[in-house]
Write a protein that binds this ligand. Structure first.
Ligand code: G6P
Ligand code: MN
Length: 451
């Protein structure tokens, strides 16, 4: 079984490889192909993987190639985990928006739109190459904004592309722990879009146990989302929102905290990782240890401004351990490759599962997964306040898709100006101009770059 990782020099690749090493099952991945445009970063990651593999005589073989077609040929699974414009691009997206007084964030608001406009054309090219040279492969999309990018790729690959995110599974684990429930025995009724979903019920033994949690302030204060949103607000909406909804529900607080921080998240992560990626084969010490130290620093500071604005304190040590990102990917691959039916919260085409959205809209809902891929499970309708937000944000995503596929600048402006967290067309207009100046990749909006 061959797994090709696009964005093979990415910082989270060792998490995926660690999960592959731990997989002792039949039909496991035996070959990993790393594809990346940056050979230096890939070499550092390959060094970490080599150290990880040292203790395993049957570790998956790792090869590296900068050639996309070569990387895709023969792949059973393709992970797409690219970052168009790099962390520098993320930092620029975030800074520009925050300087305009609106949310600057990797995937949410204006920053997420800029990132989407840069990424969709590249993701579509990848989808086309997969169709040409590896039409039987399953594509697992990690690339953010994950819902949008999965939808762009699904227009070419249909249901052979599946988007994943670690936040729903992480929330499920935290909520279950707060209630003393075994997550394996519970049904998590979670629905929405990527980074815009709500846990509406947790069914155990035929009963919804979530209302009991929402009434219990002590239990709510024991986990991240409970502390971020507070009992009063959770009771008002009768659900636990994805942590990214903090940017919507507490927008002013989050923007204030982010604007007063010394640097944006992208700039901070870039700083945190600089020494690690500057390593060479001659650098002293272990690459794996350097990676782990850097990873912990990054995890500890995740959403620090939101936690500060909410007075939520430090992250729990169990949340620093990860286990989300790589485990969703591995569980998904195993279910498909071994026909081991399981349920995972994934980003797939709606096909009628979530009322109020059309069949081709990519949504984030529980799915049944087996050798036939991922099939969404019918979900109860979202309450109006949630559906309204979901429809607004999906319309924004459709504007980005239109801009990226036709080169329409008005569609890009419309997407920016109608996002619920961008409060003025004037701001949208200035931001679009600035993003076009910062990123030559957006030249297509002025008919200047090929798409
Ligand atoms: C979570 C989200 C990802 C996102 C990441 C950002 O894992 O699910 O979609 O990319 O956080 O983390 P970072 O450390 O880059 O801010
Ligand atoms: Mn995510």
């Amino acid at each position: 079984m061959r797994l090709t990782i696009l964005g093979g020099g990415g910082f989270r690749v060792p998490l995926v490889y660690r999960a592959l090493l731990a997989d002792r099952g039949e039909g496991r991945i035996t070959e990993v192909v790393l594809h990346d445009l940056d050979p230096a970063r890939t070499a550092v990651i390959a060094q970490v993987l080599a150290e990880q593999a040292a203790a395993y005589p049957d570790a998956p073989a790792v090869t590296v190639t900068p050639d996309l077609d070569e990387a895709l040929t023969g792949a059973d699974f393709v992970f797409s985990a690219i970052r168009v414009g790099g962390l520098e691009g993320r930092a620029a997206d975030e800074r520009a928006s925050l300087e305009e007084g609106v949310l600057g964030q990797e995937t949410v608001g204006a920053g997420g739109i800029a990132y989407g406009l840069r990424t969709v054309p590249v993701a579509v090219d990848i989808a086309r190459r997969v169709l040409a040279v590896a039409p039987g492969a399953w594509v697992i999309n990690f690339t953010n904004p994950a819902g949008l990018v999965t939808e762009a790729m699904s227009r070419h690959l249909g249901d052979r592309v599946i988007g994943i995110c670690d936040s729903p599974i992480g929330m499920g684990r935290r909520v279950a722990a707060a209630m003393g429930v075994d997550p394996a025995s519970a049904w998590f009724d979670y629905a929405g879009l990527n980074h815009l979903g709500w846990l509406r019920a947790v069914r155990v033994g035929g009963h919804d146990v979530l209302p009991g949690l929402l009434e219990d302030d002590a239990a709510l204060s024991s986990f991240e989302e409970g502390r971020l949103f507070g009992g009063e607000w959770l009771r008002a909406i009768g659900a636990v929102p994805n942590e990214y909804l903090h940017y919507y529900y507490f927008n002013r607080d989050a923007v204030t905290a982010l604007r007063t921080a010394p640097r944006s998240r992208g700039a901070l992560v870039l700083d945190q990782q600089r020494d690690f990626y500057a390593r060479t084969p001659d650098s002293p010490g272990s690459a794996l240890e350097a990676w782990e130290t850097t990873r912990m620093a990054r995890e500890r500071t995740y959403m620090a401004e939101n936690r500060e604005a909410a007075g939520a304190g430090e992250r729990e040590s169990c949340d620093l351990e990860s286990g989300g990102y790589e485990n969703v990917a591995l569980a998904l691959m195993r279910a498909i490759a071994q026909d081991e039916r399981t349920t995972l919260i994934l980003n797939v085409r709606n096909r009628g599962a979530l009322p109020g959205l059309d069949a081709d809209a990519v949504v984030e809902v529980p799915c049944l997964v087996d050798a036939n891929g991922a099939r969404p499970v019918t979900a109860d309708p979202l309450p109006d306040h949630a559906l309204g937000l979901v429809i607004s944000v999906k319309a924004v995503e459709r504007g980005i898709l239109e801009a990226a596929t036709t080169g329409s600048r008005p569609a890009a402006l419309r997407a920016l100006a109608t996002h619920p967290l961008v409060d003025s067309v004037t701001v949208a207009r200035r931001l679009l101009e600035r993003y076009e100046t910062d990123f030559p990749q957006l030249g297509y909006l002025r008919g200047k770059a090929d798409r």
